[in-house]
Design a protein. Structure first.
Length: 400
C-alpha cells in the first residue's frame, strides 16, 4: 500500500490507548502514522504503590480484547482482582432473598465474571505495548485548536508542533475538546449524584464477590480487591457525599457498614477518599468526515454496573476494525461512509446501555411502595427467566 494516512488520537485513557494498540497491530499498520496526544503527564504504575482509587470492572470480553494487543498478561501478572460472583439487592430486601440477583461464574461456564483493575494499571500495560510500536506518544501536550485544512484537520498543540491529520479521534473524555471543537452536540441527563470512592477492610471475607445494594440515595457497590480489601463506590446526592468526605474514619466506617447492610461485617476505612460528579450524556453524532468519537467523549453512563470502561474498549476495537477493513479495501479511513460503519455498530448498543442504566438508577431511587413491590416481583421473575437471564448476563460479560 503506497498511500499513508495520519491519525491523531486525542486522549491517553484506556479507550484511546487501546485504539492505538489495535491499529499498531493491524495488517496494514505501515500505512498509518499514528500520534497520540494527551494533556496530562504519562501515567505511571508501580506494584509498590497502594491500590489506586479509580478502578474498573473489566468483563471477560474486554479482557480478551486487551489480550489481543498483548496488554492483559501484564495486568494479570500485576494485581488484577478476579470476581466469581455478583450479588445485587434492594435496601428493602436481603442479599439472600429470592428477589436478590445472584450471578456465579460456574453457572455460565466461565472461570470468573470479570476483574477489578486499577485504571492506571490498564493504561500502563497498554503503554508498554505501544512503547514497542511506531506510535508516537505525546504527553503534556494539550490541544489548543482544531481547524479544517482542505480535506484534513490541523491539530495545534500548545507549546509544540502542529499535526495534520486525515482522521482525528476524540478519546478525550466526557468534556471532550475534540467533540466541542467539531461542533458535535450532546444530550445530557443530570443525576444529582456524585460518586464517593474509598477502600475498606471488611471484618468478613469478600469471597471474590462484587456486592451492590440499591439504596434510595443511590447504589452502593463493594468491589473485591486482591489483598482482601474492598473498593467502595457509592453514588449519592452531593450533600451526602460531602458528609462522607468530612466524616472521621470511625464515622465513615460506621456509615458504610450500615449502608451495606452489614453484608461483610464491620467495615474499616483503609485508603484515601475521593469523589466525582455523575451524569449521563450521549453525542448526537459519533462521526463526521475526518472525525470520530470513542469512549466517554461519545457517551458517559452511570457507573452502577461498571460498564463505562467496557463500552469504551468495544468502541476502540470496533473503530480499529473498521479502519483496518478500509485499508484492506483501499479506502480512506477518514471518509464518512467508512466511519459510519463504526457509528452504526456502536451508537445503538451504547444508547441502549445508557438508557438502561439511567432508568435502573431512577427505578431504585423511588419511594413509591407500589413501584417497590413491582421492582421486587420483577427481580424474582428475572432470576427465574432462564434464557433471558443467560442472554442478559452474556451481553454484560461482552461474550454474547
Amino acid at each position: 500500500m503506497n498511500q499513508r494516512f495520519d491519525i491523531v488520537i486525542a486522549g491517553g485513557g484506556i479507550a484511546g490507548l487501546t485504539l492505538a494498540a489495535r491499529l499498531a497491530a493491524c495488517r496494514h499498520h505501515d500505512a498509518l502514522n499514528i500520534v497520540l496526544l494527551d494533556a496530562g503527564e504519562r501515567p505511571r504504575f508501580s506494584i509498590h504503590d497502594d491500590v489506586a482509587l479509580r478502578v474498573s470492572a473489566i468483563v471477560s470480553g474486554s479482557a480478551d480484547l486487551l489480550d489481543s494487543v498483548g496488554a492483559w498478561r501484564d495486568v494479570r501478572e500485576s494485581r488484577a482482582s478476579p470476581y466469581e460472583c455478583m450479588r445485587v439487592w434492594d435496601e428493602n430486601d436481603t442479599p439472600d432473598s429470592g428477589a436478590s440477583l445472584r450471578f456465579e461464574a460456574a453457572e455460565f461456564a466461565v472461570p470468573q465474571l470479570g476483574f477489578i483493575v486499577e485504571n492506571v494499571l490498564l493504561q500502563d500495560a497498554l503503554l508498554r505495548q505501544l512503547d514497542r510500536s511506531k506510535v508516537e506518544l505525546r504527553y503534556s501536550s494539550p490541544i489548543r485548536s482544531l481547524r479544517q485544512v482542505g480535506q484534513r484537520y490541523a491539530v495545534d498543540v500548545k507549546g509544540g508542533e502542529d499535526h495534520l491529520a486525515d482522521l482525528v479521534v476524540g478519546a478525550d473524555g466526557a468534556r471532550s475538546f475534540i467533540r466541542t471543537a467539531a461542533g458535535i452536540e450532546t444530550r445530557r441527563w443530570p443525576y444529582n449524584q456524585s460518586a464517593f470512592v474509598t477502600h475498606l477492610s471488611p471484618a468478613e471475607s469478600h469471597r471474590a464477590t462484587a456486592w451492590q445494594r440499591f439504596l434510595r440515595s443511590g447504589p452502593l457497590g463493594l468491589l473485591p480487591l486482591a489483598d482482601g480489601r474492598v473498593s467502595v463506590v457509592w453514588s449519592a446526592p452531593p450533600e451526602l457525599v460531602f458528609r462522607l468526605q468530612e466524616a472521621s474514619d470511625e464515622g465513615l466506617g460506621r456509615m458504610l457498614t450500615e449502608a451495606s447492610d452489614f453484608v461483610l461485617g464491620k467495615l474499616s476505612v483503609a485508603g484515601p477518599r475521593g469523589a466525582f460528579p455523575l451524569g449521563a450524556q450521549h453525542a448526537k453524532h459519533y462521526v463526521l468526515p475526518g472525525i470520530a468519537l470513542i469512549g466517554d467523549a461519545a457517551h458517559a453512563i452511570h457507573p452502577l454496573a461498571g460498564q463505562g470502561a467496557n463500552l469504551g474498549l468495544r468502541d476502540a476495537a470496533e473503530l480499529a476494525d473498521v479502519i483496518a477493513t478500509a485499508l484492506e479495501q483501499g479506502l480512506h479511513p477518514g471518509d464518512l461512509p467508512v466511519l459510519r460503519r463504526y457509528e452504526r455498530a456502536r451508537k445503538g448498543a451504547n444508547a441502549t446501555m445508557l438508557h438502561f442504566m439511567t432508568g435502573l438508577n431512577r427505578l431504585f431511587a423511588t419511594d413509591s411502595r407500589l413501584v417497590g413491590e413491582l421492582r421486587t416481583a420483577g427481580m424474582r421473575m428475572f432470576n427465574r427467566s432462564g434464557p433471558i437471564r443467560e442472554r442478559a448476563v452474556k451481553v454484560a460479560l461482552g461474550v454474547g
